[in-house]
Design a protein around this ligand. Structure first.
Ligand SMILES: [Zn+2]
Length: 188
């Protein structure tokens, strides 16, 4: 990542706003903002490879649903570059192979660290699990609050956007899907 370029860019934004970039409070802000974006966008650094996230797998005969609920995340809306924050819920039905639950949380964290849209992030998490674990089904549901909607535009504080991606048995079998939804709602 080119921190200098990011720093210059943010200095231009402040100048464009008509701010005095020499005043005490702002003088180091472009540098801080550049570092902050580097931290928030680690996905772009390429340090972690997508295919390594779920690499550690275990053989297990268990073939009932596995859930991980309430995975908190913060990401950045690519249309406005404002954060959206919320929780992801993941379920899958193993097909001989399982992964540590922390690895599922890591998948959420990985995809959150890109300029994002919630719909794509939901789909990316489900696709990764499907591809790496080949389970009998995957369900991902994300609920998030978008600051580009709560602090600007129509200013609807408290509104939650919900996106789901259902694959395999969660898509084809109504009972499996209902069990997933009931588990999520049971957490309220
Ligand atoms: Zn937005």
């Amino acid at each position: 990542m080119d921190l200098k370029k990011m720093e210059e860019g943010f200095r231009l934004i402040l100048e464009g706003m008509g701010e005095n970039i020499q005043r005490e409070g702002l003088i180091d802000t472009p540098k801080r903002v550049a570092k902050m974006y580097a931290e928030l966008m680690t996905g772009l650094s390429g340090e972690l490879k997508e295919e390594d996230i779920l690499k550690t797998q275990f053989h297990e005969k268990y073939d009932e649903m596995v859930y991980l609920k309430d995975i908190e995340f913060a990401s950045m809306c690519e249309h406005h570059f404002l954060p959206f924050t919320g929780r992801a819920h993941i379920a899958y039905i193993p097909n001989d192979r399982i992964v540590g639950l922390s690895k599922l949380a890591r998948a959420v964290e990985y995809y959150a660290r890109f300029p994002q849209v919630q719909e794509r992030m939901t789909c990316q998490i489900a696709t990764l699990i499907q591809r790496e674990l080949n389970p009998k089904g995957v369900a991902v549901l994300i609920e998030a609050s978008h600051t580009c909607m709560t602090i600007r535009g129509i200013k609807k504080a408290g509104s939650l956007m919900v996106t789901t991606q259902l694959l395999g048995r969660f898509k084809s079998d109504e009972k499996t899907r209902a069990e997933f939804m009931a588990t999520i709602h049971g957490s309220r």
